[in-house]
Each structure stands twice: as C-alpha cells, then as structure tokens.
Write a protein that binds this ligand. Structure first.
Ligand code: TYM
Length: 355
C-alpha cells in the first residue's frame, strides 16, 4: 500500500509523513455495537483501553454505531447494543470522568472527514482489505457501499482527533495501516504534515482470541454458534460449560508455550488464561505444565468467572438506568466535538473549501 502512496503523491515534496511522537499523545479506539461484547473484544481491546486510561494518557473511546450500519441492524437491537456496550465499557473500568466515552453518530465531524478521506483513499487500497472480503463473502455485488468504504470512516474516527495511539486486536492492524496511508497521502497531496502517523497498539497475550470450537477461527460476536465464544453477559454456569466443551486435543499441557505451535486450541486457552490473569504465557506454562485438560479447563473457567462476573453484574446494574447511560454519551460527545471541530475546520481550509 505504501507504493500506492508514493506513486500517487508528488515526488517533489519533502517527506511529509508526520511522526506520531511529535503530536501530543492521544489515544482513540472504538468497538461496534453489534450483538454482545465477547471475550476477544474484552481481552484484545476494552481491557487494554482501561490500561491506557489508567496510564494517564488522554483517552477517547467510541461506540462506533455508524460502522455497525454497514451491515443490516435491527433498529431496536442497535439502540440496546449501544447502551449495553457503554455499560460494558464502564463496568470494565472505563471512567467517564477520565476518558471521553461517546457514540459516533453524535459527532458529525467523523462522517464529514470521512468524505474527504473517501476522496483521498484509492479503490485499490479498499479492495485489499481482508475484513471487507470476509464480511462481503462471495456476493460482493450485494455488499453495501458503506462496507466497502468503511476503512475511510475508521481513518476519520482516528484522525479527526489527531490520535497518536490506537489500541486494537490483531484483526484491525490492516485498517490502521490504511489510516497511515490516508494520512501520508493527504499530507503529501496538500504539502503539509497535518495528520500524524498513528501507531497501532497491539499488545499482550490475547491480541487474537480464537473460537472455542475451532482454534483456527477468530472468536467473533457474529459466529452463529454461541458455544464458540464467551459473552461478557454469560453467567457462571454458562462460562464453565463453554470451557468444559471447548475443543481440545487429548495430550497434556507441555512445559513450554513453543511446544503448542501445532495445537491451536490448546494455545488459545493458554492465551486466554494469560490475558485474564494478566501474566505472560510462560508464567502460565510454569503453573500448568503436565496438567490434563480435565484439570486445566475448570481452573480456567474459575478464573474467567472471577474476572468476568463482577463486570456482568455491574453491566446489569447500569442497564437499569438507560437515561444515565445516554447522559454519559451526550456529555462525552460534547467533549469529543470540542477536539474534532477545529481539526475538521483546518482540514477543510487546507483542501480549499470555503468554510
Ligand atoms: P470490532 O467491533 O470488530 O472489535 C472491537 C475490538 O475488539 C477486537 N477484537 C478482538 N481482539 C482479540 N481477539 C478477538 N477474537 C477479537 N475480536 C475483536 C478488535 O480488534 C477491535 O479492537 N473496525 C473496528 C471498529 C473501529 C475502530 C475505529 C477501532 C471503527 N473505528 C477506530 C479503532 C479505531 C471493528 O470492527 O472492531
């Protein structure tokens, strides 16, 4: 993709890629309000959002409701899922006083900047996006145009705040690379280092949590089998049952993580354990090597219940007061707009729009 940037840009311009470190540190990320929050979203994203919030950085976390519309959503479900995801953010440790929590639809600067980026990004870049290929499936002609241009809106989500760091799971890496390409091309086309080169933050043991039924497939909110994932709203018995029935192989756990290279299901359960316990996979292996799955699975289930049930209890409590959730989102949107509006205005001016 970098090639595309260079071939489309003016070679006479100096290097106008703007290093993120020269911009003040600002963290942005988002989750789509589709179905329920699952363990992959929690370990790969939301838990990391909390870590970054508590490290003292300026943090904005969005419920990306407009992205969700790129595939059909039942309106009542979308409303419920937006509130439930907000409750999930807060119950997981995001504090609306410390982080700006808001939904995308309330900050129109995202879609306004997305239009500019639709005109910067190239068809070829979008066509290479694996998420589009996966979600559109075989019948691409029938996919929404929004699903195709989705990454331009995602780039706008990030760059409308000049965000420098974006914590995400491994599956979003390609979209962040595209965000950098959009920023670089804009900076080159208009000969000004206006947008930063945002850094993806993909860290920890659980950047790619896999399905409990198939260790080669990502755990996903949209998998038709509920047994493939742990939902943050699952009760203790359901969590225990899902881990008990998780696919594994007959061998006991070896001494080192490296020995699990050919055992994707076993590797996944160790990664989940490490993510939940906040320890390294090597530390997990030191604890559990030699154990059979009949021993390890209940241990993993107990850990998951201990970590997740306070979150689901708190989510339930918060969901009893939707007006309070809406108030938090409205307040967050106002703070987000205060950052986004001047950046959008400057973008318009740079492009020559009369505003
Ligand atoms: P979404 O809603 O699919 O997922 C939200 C976050 O959860 C992570 N994730 C996982 N991490 C580890 N293992 C898994 N099995 C797993 N499943 C999901 C995702 O990587 C993501 O970090 N395009 C984004 C939403 C978005 C966004 C943004 C993110 C829109 N604009 C701007 C960051 C910045 C998405 O579809 O995430």
């Amino acid at each position: 993709m970098t090639d595309a940037v260079h071939t489309q840009s003016n070679p006479a311009t100096a290097d106008l890629t703007a290093d993120a470190p020269s911009f003040p540190k600002r963290v942005f990320s988002g989750v789509q309000p589709t179905n329920r929050l699952q363990l992959g979203n929690y370990l790969g994203a939301v838990k990391r959002f909390v870590d970054m919030q508590n490290s003292g950085a300026e943090t904005l976390y969005c419920i990306v409701d407009l992205h969700a519309l790129s595939v059909w959503q039942d309106p009542a479900d979308l409303t419920r899922a937006t509130r439930e995801l907000t409750a999930g953010y807060i119950a997981s440790g995001l504090d609306p006083e410390k982080s700006i929590l808001f939904n995308q639809a309330r900050v129109p600067e995202h879609t306004q900047l997305a239009w500019i980026f639709n005109c910067v990004a190239r068809m070829g870049w979008m066509s290479r996006m694996t998420q589009f290929k996966d979600k559109a499936g075989k019948n691409r002609e029938n996919a929404s145009v929004g699903l195709f241009t989705y990454p331009a809106l995602m780039a706008a989500d990030i760059l409308v705040y000049h965000a420098t760091h974006v914590p995400v799971g491994d599956d979003q890496k390609q979209h962040i690379e595209l965000t950098r390409d959009v920023a670089a091309k804009f900076n080159n086309d208009f000969k000004t280092p206006f947008f930063p080169m945002t850094e993806p933050v993909i860290e920890g043991a659980a950047t790619r949590v896999m399905s409990l039924r198939d260790g080669t497939k990502k755990m996903s909110k949209s998998d038709p089998s509920d047994m493939s994932r742990i939902n943050l709203t699952d009760d203790a018995d359901t969590i225990a049952q899902k881990f008990r029935k998780a696919r594994t192989d007959p061998d006991p756990l070896p001494e080192t993580f490296a020995e699990l290279a050919e055992r994707p299901e076993a590797r996944n359960l160790i990664n989940i354990y490490a993510g939940l316990a906040d320890i390294s996979v090597d530390a997990v292996m030191a604890e559990v090597s030699g154990q059979a799955f009949s021993e390890f699975k209940p241990r993993l289930a107990d850990l998951a219940v201990a970590k997740l049930s306070p979150i689901s209890t708190e989510m339930e409590r918060l969901m009893r007061d939707p007006a309070e959730i809406d108030r938090i989102l409205a307040n967050g949107a106002e703070r987000a707009r205060a950052i986004a509006a001047p950046i959008l205005k400057r973008t318009y001016e740079i492009t020559g729009l009369v505003v």
